[in-house]
Design a protein around this ligand. Structure first.
Ligand SMILES: [Zn+2]
Length: 135
């Protein structure tokens, strides 16, 4: 089995395991709790301590760029009053990271394997020792 970058990307967008494609990133019945490893293929999802700090940065960036900056711009051009802009910014600062939490985790894991696809167990199995020397 060989997993391509295109498959890694589509699986990451769909919150699926980058190795096998199953919906196993998060524990069944839980909205926010990640599995430490994929129950279907055994891929280690919780890689190292601090691995998912990048997903928090991604989540923060999406919140600021996609929500808080537009609210600020609408306030500055006079479309929103200061009260409405402050309420929207407060709701967005709390709500957007919660709504984007699962996607940010999945996208961060996707970005790791997108740039290092040979680290996926499914891709490690197809390499012969002689091919490893050329990498
Ligand atoms: Zn898997």
């Amino acid at each position: 089995m060989h997993v391509t970058r295109c498959q890694i990307f589509t699986r990451g967008i769909a919150n699926r395991c980058p190795n096998c494609g199953d919906k196993t990133l998060f524990k069944e019945g839980s909205l926010f709790e990640l599995n430490s490893e994929c129950p279907a293929c055994g891929l280690k999802i919780e890689r190292d301590e601090g691995f998912f700090l990048g997903s928090m940065s991604l989540n923060y960036g999406v919140t600021v760029i996609c929500f808080l900056v537009p609210v600020l711009i609408l306030y500055l051009v006079g479309v929103l009053s200061s009260l409405i802009a402050a309420v929207l910014a407060g709701i967005g600062a709390i709500g957007v990271p919660i709504l984007f939490y699962r996607a940010s985790r999945s996208w961060w894991l996707m970005s790791y394997y997108f740039w290092l696809p040979k680290h996926l167990p499914a891709n490690l199995g197809i390499l012969k020792p002689s091919e490893d020397e050329n990498i």
